[in-house]
Write a protein that binds this ligand. Structure first.
Ligand code: PLP
Length: 390
């Protein structure tokens, strides 16, 4: 494969070499089933228990039993939302935001079809959560309530005031879930300080492999299983444990903890800010989407007016640069993303939004190369755009 400049870390991240190394023995040597009665399988149970403890420490959980290993973040989000509502035995209210990932919006939609009341709270033009509307929704809804609001947005990186959201929700008697997939490894997470009941993370967004997610479940939270089967995860998620991936995730949590205190995030933010300043200076009619002072350090969402983000991405890809677009190509028509639309981004910019997301492996040299290529591509696209006066 040709060398690439990978600036799409909110989509997935490179598994850290230390993570891969930690996993390998669990493919090659200790490949037993941790539930087996024999010693060969039993030898694997202990590393899994230690990994659970490491993940619990990473999140500030009180006990390792509060950590459920699941197949991905989508499963963990579905489990949190559908599992809490299943424990109600009556219709209730789910309060979420308009800019959630489909892994949250999908199960909310399912609950609406089943007769629950689903309220989507909006954001302002900087992508910031509407706390007033949220408080009004909490006050106006009797019966059981679940709040599911993300910690940080995957497209813009905008951080929601999750502590405040959780405190207000708890005061109103709600169960609180947060999708922290884009916050984990970028911001310190501690459920001792943030009173959420349920929290989702994904391995592959923090340098562990795909195929492993975590649902943190605070002790005492009423939730039914989503995957019915064996007694694994104390009967809360059937399915033989994915041992190598669990080990890999725990290693990634250790590395993330170190990176959060060694200045890595400051370095990433400096590179992101360099990219942002350079693109705004060299690409006329460009604008940043999302609050610039309230973002995770690795994310830049920028719109180049009058052009399609997808065409920019294809041309960048030809030049070895991987980024992502805020739009999804649906049924042959280019639909702007629901996040960008919810922010009221002007029509001329809505289709031209591009997300660059960095990681601790991103180098200054890569940012410099990107800063050379993007303005050229944008200029080429603009020369072809029917919306630009030539
Ligand atoms: N939640 C957020 C905020 C995400 O960014 C993603 C992935 O992009 C997911 C959930 C779903 O993760 P996965 O596809 O690994 O299940």
């Amino acid at each position: 494969m040709p060398e690439v400049i990978y600036l799409d870390n909110n989509a997935t991240t490179r598994p850290a070499p230390e993570v891969v190394e930690a996993m390998l023995p669990y493919f090659n040597e200790a490949w037993g089933n941790p539930s087996s009665m024999h010693a060969f399988g039993g030898h694997v149970a202990r590393p899994v228990a230690e990994a659970r403890e490491t993940v619990a420490n990473f999140l500030g959980a009180e006990r390792p039993e509060e950590i459920l290993f699941e197949g991905c973040a989508t499963e963990a989000d579905n489990h949190a939302i559908l599992g809490v509502a299943a424990a109600w035995n009556q219709p209730g209210t789910i309060i979420t935001s308009r800019v959630e990932h489909p892994a949250v919006l999908g199960p909310c939609l399912r609950l609406r079809e089943l007769g629950h009341n689903v309220i989507e709270i909006g954001v302002n033009n900087e992508g910031l959560f509407d706390l007033e509307a949220y408080e009004a929704a909490l006050a106006a809804t009797p019966g059981p309530k679940l709040v599911s609001v993300m910690w940080a947005n995957n497209e813009t990186g905008v951080i929601f005031p999750i502590r405040k959201i959780a405190e207000l929700g708890k005061a109103a008697g709600a169960t609180i879930h947060t999708d922290a997939v884009q916050a984990a490894g970028k911001l310190a997470i501690n459920v001792k300080d943030v009173p959420v009941d349920l929290l989702t993370i994904a391995g592959h967004k923090m340098h562990a492999p795909k195929g492993i997610g975590v649902l943190y479940v605070r002790r005492g939270t009423r939730i039914k299983p989503l995957i019915l089967g064996g007694h694994q995860e104390r009967g809360r998620r059937g399915g033989t444990e994915n041992v190598p991936y669990i080990i890999g995730l725990a290693k990634a949590c250790e590395l993330a903890t170190a990176a959060l205190s060694d200045g890595s995030e400051t370095r990433i933010a400096r590179l992101r800010d360099k990219l942002e300043a350079g693109l705004l200076a060299t690409c006329p009619d460009s604008r940043v989407n999302g609050c610039r002072t309230c973002r995770v350090p690795n994310t830049l969402n920028i719109s180049f007016e009058y052009i399609e983000g997808e065409s920019v991405l294809y041309h960048l890809s030809d030049r070895g640069i991987c980024a992502s677009s805020g739009s999804a190509c649906a049924a042959g028509s280019l639909e702007p993303s629901h996040v960008i639309r919810a922010m009221g981004v002007p029509f001329t910019a809505v289709h031209g939004s591009i997300r660059f997301s960095l990681s601790r492996y991103t180098t200054e040299h890569e940012i410099d190369i990107t800063l050379r290529h993007v303005p050229e591509v944008v200029a080429e696209m603009r020369a072809l755009s029917p919306f630009v006066k030539h």
